[in-house]
Design a protein around this ligand. Structure first.
Ligand SMILES: [Zn+2]
Length: 374
């Protein structure tokens, strides 16, 4: 029932719009027009001001024409850098960029699929429940936009975030909680040639701490990474300051606590051993979530996938998404796989069939309670 040509064209048009994180203004304006044309009332919040961006999160509402609970669909407008001047093209069965930028299928595929599903519903006059759409900003900056969004404005208790790799039909039941660690090591400066023994190297301290940490893949549910280590100074001075940024994630809160404890412990023991000190800030970034196969959005998404004939597979993810924020506020929202591959690289791609399948999935979710002649 979906119109592939219209879907593909819109996908490429939206990919070509510049929308790096906090610079989503052109995308927000275009989507506001498209949603308004579909009959939605669209509001933009002040998240842009709060995060130093040029656009806020869009919340669009459409009254139902049939029975059923309000549905929420959510995607993010931004894409990672390099995401400006994208020139999407078709290469065989795939949408790709020209290799100098990402494609932006993360998350334009979700946006285009939602718009196509809605367009079909409207042009065919299909009965649908009330619909809420959120298109967020700065998702790629640790969910910065969604963290500013007032989820009290959402009435839906059945939501779908279209924002995960993997084939259409995959449903993400669990996502990790993330914590960031910002540490500053303090040593003592001294002339590196005349009197190095009087100095305490903050860089050495940080290096020792890192070698004592368990990092990267900890277990099936837990990961940790050092993002940056920085100290600036000439070689003839023992560095008295070194900064370190790290993160840890886990699907299991107890494992996350243990991992963070291990990392802070390694920093504290290294600082003590070298005779310096370390200040550590542990910043909760976003909560994790865990839905069962019985949760309303999970059941609805699974039914819809079966109806369009794609295999349903439940999985967990190591990445966060706006769904972490909604679920943290008590709104059951499940993440759907969009079919895109190699995201966050200039080789990002999505097959034509997967994009079409995603739009069909959205449509089947929308008209779940209605007999449809497919
Ligand atoms: Zn994404």
């Amino acid at each position: 029932m979906i119109n592939r040509e219209r879907l593909y064209k819109r996908f490429m048009v939206l990919c070509a719009i510049d929308a790096e994180p906090t610079r989503e203004r052109p995308m927000a304006d275009r989507l506001t027009v498209l949603l308004t044309e579909l009959g939605f009332t669209v509001e933009e919040d002040a998240a842009g001001d709060a995060i130093g961006g040029n656009a806020g999160n869009l919340l669009a509402r459409l009254a139902g024409t049939g029975p059923g609970e309000t549905l929420l669909f959510s995607c993010h407008m931004d894409r990672v850098v390099p995401g400006r001047g994208v020139k999407p093209r078709v290469d065989g069965d795939w949408f790709v960029s020209d290799g100098t930028t990402v494609l932006g299928a993360d998350d334009v595929s979700g946006i285009a699929a939602v718009l196509e599903g809605l367009t079909v519903v409207r042009e065919r006059g299909l009965a649908h429940p009330p619909i809420e759409i959120v298109f967020s900003v700065a998702e790629e900056l640790a969910l910065l936009g969604a963290r500013q969004f007032d989820t009290g404005r959402i009435s839906s208790r059945c939501g779908f975030v279209l924002d995960a790799g993997g084939p259409v039909g995959e449903i993400v039941l669990r996502a990790p909680e993330q914590v960031k660690l910002n540490a500053v090591f303090h040593g003592r400066s001294a002339h590196a040639g005349f009197a190095p023994e009087q100095g305490i190297s903050a860089i050495q301290m940080a290096a020792a701490a890192i070698t004592r940490m368990q990092l990267l893949r900890i277990d099936g549910e837990t990961t940790a990474n050092i993002g940056s280590i920085s100290a600036a100074g000439p070689t003839n001075i023992v560095a008295d300051r070194c900064e370190l940024q790290a993160e840890a994630r886990s699907l299991d809160p107890a494992k996350l606590d243990a991992q963070v404890g291990g990392m802070t412990g390694a920093m504290a023991s290294a600082a003590e051993e070298f005779g310096g000190r370390v200040e550590i800030e542990v910043v909760p970034c976003y909560p994790g979530y865990r839905l069962t196969e019985e949760a309303a959005p999970v059941r609805r998404a699974a039914r819809a996938a079966q109806r369009i004939g794609v295999p349903v597979r439940f999985k967990s993810t190591g990445g966060g998404s706006d769904a972490n924020i909604y679920n943290g506020k008590g709104i059951p929202v499940v993440v759907l796989s969009c079919g895109y591959e190699k995201v966050h690289t200039t080789e990002e791609r999505i097959s034509l069939d997967q994009l079409a399948g995603l739009a069909e999935w959205v449509l089947a979710i929308l008209v779940d309670d209605v007999a449809v002649d497919v």
